[in-house]
Write a protein that binds this ligand. Structure first.
Ligand code: HEM
Length: 112
């Protein structure tokens, strides 16, 4: 009788341990993309000019885009425009407008 009691206790403990381990992390604990967002001022953005191996970022309407991997932005330059700047006004006057930005990864937001 004692043996049955002992075995059942072991089984209960095992089940408790296994269910504890199986619990998946809650969505709050999941590292999201938000955590990797950059918040840069205009003067901080200027560092990301695409020169000497630095990343090339441009800001439009408060959103910062990474144009580093675009061959059209080699060396941080594109049709006379320079990365590391807020080009909100300039892109309105370009032949393509802001639509090309949807192909570029968003990496952050411009702050005051
Ligand atoms: C006179 C000014 C400009 C001209 C003539 C010009 C021309 C072009 C052309 C011909 C393309 C490739 C065709 C296309 O993707 O539609 C392109 C792509 C692009 N342009 Fe401009 N552009 C100008 C200004 C700007 C400005 C001010 C920005 C500011 C962010 C910009 C951002 C882009 C981006 C992000 C792409 C996509 C690059 C890629 O897909 O690799 N452009 N531009």
């Amino acid at each position: 009788m004692k043996r049955i009691y002992f075995i059942s206790m072991i089984l209960i403990i095992l089940v408790l341990i296994l269910t504890g381990c199986a619990s998946s992390p809650s969505p709050e604990e999941d590292p999201s993309d938000e955590g990797d967002m950059l918040y840069l001022t205009l003067s901080e953005l200027a560092e990301y000019d695409g020169k000497d191996g630095r990343p090339a970022y441009v800001a439009v309407d408060g959103v910062i885009y990474d144009v580093s991997n675009s061959r059209l932005w080699a060396n941080g330059e594109h049709n006379g425009f320079q990365a590391g700047r807020d080009l909100t006004q300039e892109i309105q006057g370009s032949p393509h407008g802001p639509s090309t930005l949807s192909r570029m990864p968003k990496v952050g937001e411009l702050i005051d």
